[in-house]
Design a protein around this ligand. Structure first.
Ligand code: HEC
Ligand code: HEC
Length: 253
C-alpha cells in the first residue's frame, strides 16, 4: 500500500466509519435511569417509572440533584436525600405536606427550570411523590407540617391603594438589599447570594398562583435559600407587602 493509498483509505473509509460509529453510539445509548435499589410498594414502583420518564434528567439518577442538566442551572435541583424543601408551607426544619409537593408539580417553579406537570394525571403525580420520599428516611420518622395555610385569611382591604402604599414603605426597609428598589431582583447584595433573588415584577409567582402563596413565603421563608422569613412583621404588614408585590406584578400589563 503506497503512502497515498493509505491516506485515501484513512480519509474516505476509516474516518467516516469512525464518525458514523460515534453517531450511532450517541443515539443508541439510553439515558441513565433510577434503578430499583430497595423494596418498593406498588405505588412507589409506579412512581419510579414516572420519575424515570419526567424527572431523572434534572433531578439525577440518585435523586440527589446531580445531573448533567443541573450544571447549567442557576437554581439547582434539591437533594431529595436531605429532604430539605424550599417551596412548602410548613415551618423551617419540617417536611412539606403532600399538598405542598402537589402544588409544586402542578404549578412548577416559574423563573427556574422546574416545569409544571399539570397535564400529568394526578395518580402518577401521587406515585412520584411517594417515590421521591423513598430517598430519605426522614419520611419514616417525622410527620410533615403543620401547614400555615389554614391560618391565612386574606383581609378585605388587600390590594387597596393605601395597602399598596404601606407595603411599598415596608418593602423599602426590608427587601431592597436583595430584590432591588424596583423589585427586579437586582439589589446591592444580589450578586453575592448563591441563588438570585426573584424578580418580583415578573407577572407569575414561583410560590403559587394565589396571594396566599406569597403570604406563606413571607411567613415561613424558603428553607435553605437566602430568602428569610418575616414572621416578626405583623400579619397586617405582611399583607401590605403582598398588596405591593401584586401591584409590581401587574404594573407591566
Ligand atoms: C428541567 C429540569 C427539571 C425537571 C424535568 C424536573 N425538575 Fe423538579 N426542580 C428542578 C429545579 C432546578 C428545581 C429547584 C427550583 C428551586 O428550588 O427554586 C426543582 C425543584 C423541585 C421540587 C421543589 C423542591 C423544593 O425545594 O421545594 C420538587 C418537589 C421537584 N422539583 C420535583 C420534581 C419531580 C417529581 C419531577 C418529575 C415529575 C421534576 N421535579 C422534574 C428542575 C427540574
Ligand atoms: C437576603 C436577601 C433577601 C431579602 C432581604 C429578601 N429576599 Fe425575598 N428572596 C430572596 C431570594 C434569594 C429569593 C429566591 C429564593 C429561591 O429561589 O430559592 C427570594 C424569593 C422571594 C419570594 C418568592 C417569589 C415568588 O415568585 O414566589 C418573595 C415573594 C420574596 N422573596 C419577597 C420578599 C420580600 C417582600 C422581602 C422583604 C420583606 C424579601 N423578599 C427580602 C432573597 C431575599
Amino acid at each position: 500500500m503506497g503512502e497515498n493509498t493509505a491516506v485515501k483509505w484513512l480519509l474516505f473509509f476509516f474516518f467516516p466509519a469512525l464518525f458514523i460509529y460515534g453517531l450511532l453510539h450517541v443515539y443508541s445509548s439510553k439515558p441513565a435511569q433510577a434503578k430499583k435499589t430497595k423494596d418498593l410498594t406498588a405505588q412507589e414502583e409506579a412512581g419510579r417509572k414516572v420519575y424515570n420518564k419526567f424527572c431523572v434528567g434534572c433531578h439525577g439518577v440518585n435523586g440527589d440533584g446531580q445531573s448533567e442538566a443541573a450544571n447549567f442551572f442557576k437554581v439547582k435541583p434539591p437533594n431529595f436525600h436531605t429532604a430539605v424543601f424550599r417551596w412548602k408551607s410548613t415551618p423551617e426544619g419540617s417536611l412539606p405536606t403532600d399538598e405542598d409537593l402537589m402544588r409544586v408539580l402542578n404549578w412548577g417553579i416559574p423563573q427556574t427550570p422546574m416545569p409544571s406537570f399539570k397535564l400529568v394525571p394526578d395518580v402518577q403525580k401521587r406515585a412520584v411523590i411517594a417515590y421521591i420520599k423513598t430517598f430519605s428516611d426522614r419520611w419514616k420518622k417525622e410527620k410533615p407540617g403543620p401547614s400555615v395555610y389554614k391560618d391565612i385569611h386574606r383581609p378585605d382591604w388587600f390590594g387597596s391603594p393605601e395597602s399598596i402604599e404601606k407595603g411599598k414603605q415596608i418593602y423599602a426597609t426590608n427587601c431592597t438589599s436583595c430584590h432591588g428598589e424596583q423589585g427586579r431582583g437586582d439589589g446591592p447584595i444580589a450578586t453575592t447570594l448563591p441563588v438570585p433573588p426573584t424578580d418580583l415584577t415578573y407577572p407569575v409567582r414561583s410560590a403559587g398562583p394565589n396571594p396566599e402563596d406569597t403570604f406563606r413565603v413571607l411567613t415561613v421563608g424558603l428553607e435553605g435559600s437566602p430568602m428569610p422569613k418575616f414572621d416578626f412583621l405583623s400579619e397586617e404588614d405582611r399583607w401590605h407587602l403582598v398588596s405591593y408585590i401584586a401591584y409590581l406584578m401587574n404594573k407591566g400589563k
